[in-house]
Design a protein around this ligand. Sequence first.
Ligand code: MEV
Length: 461
Amino acid sequence: MFFIFLVSNNEDQRQNDCGVFKFSKPEKLAWLAKHFFTSNPMEVAREFASFWHTNVEAQRLFDGISENTITNFYMPYGVAPNFIINNLIYCVPMVIEESSVVAAASSGAKFWYTRGGFHAEVSSMTKLGHVHFIWEGDPIKMYGFINYLRPYLMDSVRPITANMDERGGGITQIELLYMPEIESGYYQLKVSFNTCNAMGANFINSVLESFAQTLVQEAECYDDFDERERDLQIIMAILSNYTPDCLVKAWVTCDIDQLGCCGDLNAYEFAEKFVRAVRIAENDPYRATTHNKGIYNGIDAVVIATGNDFRAIEACGHTYAARNGKYASLSHAEIKGNTFRFELEVPLAVGTIGGLTKIHPLAKRSLELLGNPDAETLMHIMASVGLAQNFAAVRSLVTTGIQKGHMKMHLNNILSHFEANEVERANALSYFSDKVVSFSSVRQFIEQLRNFPNTPIIALG
Ligand code: MEV
């Protein structure tokens, strides 16, 4: 039972004093309802509160993840079974709000289940970060300074890197890049990391900020610098979410005749049309964007379910898709002789320890469901799900079109909007099984059903 008191003697003052941050959660909710939902504040506050977790400890945990939390925003958590990846079977957790995504991933997984499954391989797991700084002077001297400083830089962050070093990771390279074409006197200290099973954002940023401080301090007393050169100006120190060397490839392959008939197409026609569709995405940025969006439907859902950072994953993937100067498809398909091959290569900087992966109870369960994989195996799984998703989407597009598969879920969502009961739903599913679903056609159907319950359904069209 939750109590929310909307009346407070200094409420108006509270709206102005920017002190919302200091309120308790019920106070925040009361403040919000009173000032932004003026026509029905009690009802709104009650609705927000109805999504609080009944377990107080669990709720405290969720509140602690972010700031100014007033409630929880639910997302559907589904599973896609039957994934064979590198000869192991997985039931993959997927958190996503878009209908048909889990169904498409499952259908892609099932299709390849009997055709050798998915294969995946990580080529490298390097993460990157930069200290961006300005220094005016002879670049040769700056290179000399960094060479002199390199061992000291490594030693200076030993307290931060000790644990990671013990796990076999840490800093793998420190390079100096001079880029006067961007800014006069602009340099980057480019640092490469192995963060083992962690995504490693905090670790990387801590190291970089410490490096930045050391650079400034050491420049001030470096013997080879004159007075002017002792002034090294840090612009910023931050990891890069572009990790082209944290790369995984997933692929499926089979004899063309094993593909079987797809809709009206025989296996060969299907394979050719499929490859053509992918070639369009390889060359046309408009199609590539939608094509890649389909891939991220699958990847993001697993990224979210496992408590990883989907903004980082997407940002990186889209930069990678444009690495050759033009935005293009992340997946590729080919027919060689009698063999069909479809593959996806994508950078995925994810972790299985640290961050939300061990805080969010369902992220922990997702990892357990996947057999507590290491980061490399999780990359295999995510890339395979992205490929399955992409395969299912393109297969639908070149055969039936996607609306057919989407319509049942779409219809369900519209029926939920009209608060349809079980009988109305059953009637609607039967009626629309061979018709185009639109918001207005469903509304018309429901209205007719409610106003004239005895009218035969056949008369509604
Ligand atoms: C819809 O969310 C994703 C698709 O548009 C992807 C695609 O077109 O390849 C179906």
